[in-house]
Design a protein around this ligand. Structure first.
Ligand SMILES: Cc1cc2nc3c(=O)[nH]c(=O)nc-3n(C[C@H](O)[C@H](O)[C@H](O)COP(=O)(O)O)c2cc1C
Length: 194
């Protein structure tokens, strides 16, 4: 197989899962941003590593409270997730969108009710970079929909049922690999807050 050295840095063709990070702002209002630079660590137990670039409300809130939730994005959630990933937390428009949330069971974090997997995370270590920051997190709780935690069926069937979204090449893909649109497209399906 021939190979080409690329001129620019990219993670194209390396699909990633998507998570909505939930935080509370100073007024106790929940904010959600969309993130894919999320993976796992091992240090005697499973942990999470997350990278946030630039400045954004999610980052400010995490700095103040050291806790956040990470909620798996499914096909059903994609239009909302796309809106939350393309609208800054400080914009009045984002503050007006209605999102079904509940309180974390262990940490004071907003959890997305309609997401089937929710991590409640506490930052153990901030690693500041020049224009970004890596956060190493302790997993304080994992909430799984009963379909996953208690339901009958194989992991293949359960994954097909919840249909997590993957992203690469600036696009979203279904669990089965179908194109679900470019970043910024699925949000056209939700009713924009006025
Ligand atoms: C598909 C997608 C993935 C994203 N992943 C990340 C990420 O991993 N890290 C990051 O810093 N921003 C990421 N963003 C950008 C944030 O979601 C965006 O800045 C959002 O407005 C942040 O919300 P906030 O302002 O409420 O914090 C992503 C956006 C999209 C559309």
């Amino acid at each position: 197989m021939g190979k080409t050295s690329l001129a620019a840095l990219t993670n194209d063709y390396c699909p990633q899962s998507l998570f909505l990070y939930g935080t509370y702002d100073d007024e106790g209002k929940a904010d959600f941003g969309l993130f894919c630079w999320f993976s796992y660590t091992w240090d005697g137990e499973l942990g999470v590593m997350a990278c946030i670039g630039g400045s954004k409300l999610t980052k400010e809130n995490i700095h103040k409270r050291k806790v956040f939730s990470a909620n798996l994005v499914t096909e059903e959630l994609l239009p909302l997730a796309d809106f939350l990933g393309n609208t800054a937390g400080h914009s009045p428009e984002k503050g007006r969108i209605s999102i079904k949330t509940e309180e974390g069971r262990v940490l004071p974090v907003p959890v997305l009710t309609d997401s089937p997997v929710n991590y409640e995370l506490e930052v153990a270590q901030f690693i500041p970079l020049q224009d970004g920051e890596v956060m190493l997190c302790k997993i304080r709780n994992i909430l799984q929909d009963d379909i996953l935690a208690k339901g009958e069926g194989t992991s293949t069937e359960k994954l097909a049922a919840i249909a997590p979204v993957r992203t690469t090449c600036n696009r979203y893909f279904s669990w089965k690999g179908e194109n679900l649109g470019a970043w910024g497209e699925p949000m056209a399906k939700i009713e924009k807050p006025v």
